[in-house]
Design a protein around this ligand. Sequence first.
Ligand SMILES: Cc1ncc(COP(=O)(O)O)c(C=O)c1O
Length: 405
Amino acid sequence: MTAPWTDRFADRMTHIRASEIRELLKLLDQPDILSFAGGIPDPALFPTERIQAVCAEVLEQTGAQALQYSVSEGLPELRRWIAARMTADGVPCDEGTIVITAGSQQALDLIGKLFLNRGDVVLAERPTYLGALGAFNAYEPAYGDLDSEVPASARLAYVVPDFANPSGRTMPRRERERLLERAEAHGLVLVEDAAYRDLRFAGTAEPSLLALDVARSGGIEAARTLYCGTFSKTLSPALRLGWVCAPQAVIDKLVLLKQGCDLHVSTINQMVAARVIAEGYDAHLERLRAHYRTRAAAMQDALARHMPLGVTWSKPQGGMFVWLTVPEGLDGAQLLEAALAEERVAFVPGAPFFATDAQATTLRLSYSLPGPADIDEGVRRLARVIAARLAYAGSNAAWAATGRA
Ligand SMILES: Cc1ncc(COP(=O)(O)O)c(C=O)c1O
């Protein structure tokens, strides 16, 4: 007999469900599938040898410290390096405004814990990063569309301004400024998820929301933006190293929550990362950018060459994602089923990325993992699946029109 667990779970669990995408990705782990589904960094870009050498060095020179507990706010030298980096990116600050988190995912969870009461409204873009919704859901918020009127119960707005997951979109400067104005007018906390900010491979950088906020408000202590950064997309996601840069009063509370949650991020991981980034980090970023630039260009070429009329897609200036929109009447989830069965090609349907009013005619394609030849072949196959459905829908429409005449 199974225990009646469902009755015993806390009320908040009614808001927490398995991610459709994670379930889907498990199915796609087969060698004969050409996949645009995984949104993970290309492992060929991990600085494996450097991390290996630095690990040995850290253990040899400072093993007792590296394997010991450490402070909840994070390693001072790592926080100082991040503060200097934030300062160079237009946010004058020091290590007191930085807390190290277990990836930016934990930052989102701690921010939800700190700011959200049940029923508070979180404003999000359409589409938005599913993992953020997963983190916030535990605090039982309602969701609203960032572009609609701001309800009185809105507390927080969550945005990915640079090369967003899943849309690949970059928010123009004017839109960032308008968002700050609206946040000020409605007393909103802004959460800036900068997970892909370092991966710009085209165009010119926009100032971060936090940089614009600091310029408007006069300093980080007067800002309303919480900046979430991460080393997952640049060094390695397995290190689980992210950070929040925010006014000290917010950081102090996040540190308390972090203490209650897991005490601190792995000391050895922080020490290794601090040494790895101290040398050659910018050259490493340039290599990543060149790599993703090539992959992104291969995908744009393939889409232009193969996709039937009526299909549109985003042209990202960085990051890992292209957002595809197919004509009305087609459905991303059904297309995936057909693409897997008929062409052994995979992607992620767009609908789960919407907190409100899901748009079924959308697909997320990642160009991070497949090489240029596979990108071309995968897009060609996907285009074939879409074209077949369009031809079918077209012939049905023509038939219906003839019938009516
Ligand atoms: C937009 C965005 N934010 C946050 C994360 C979480 O990354 P991490 O916790 O590894 O820093 C991801 C991961 O895919 C992401 O795409």
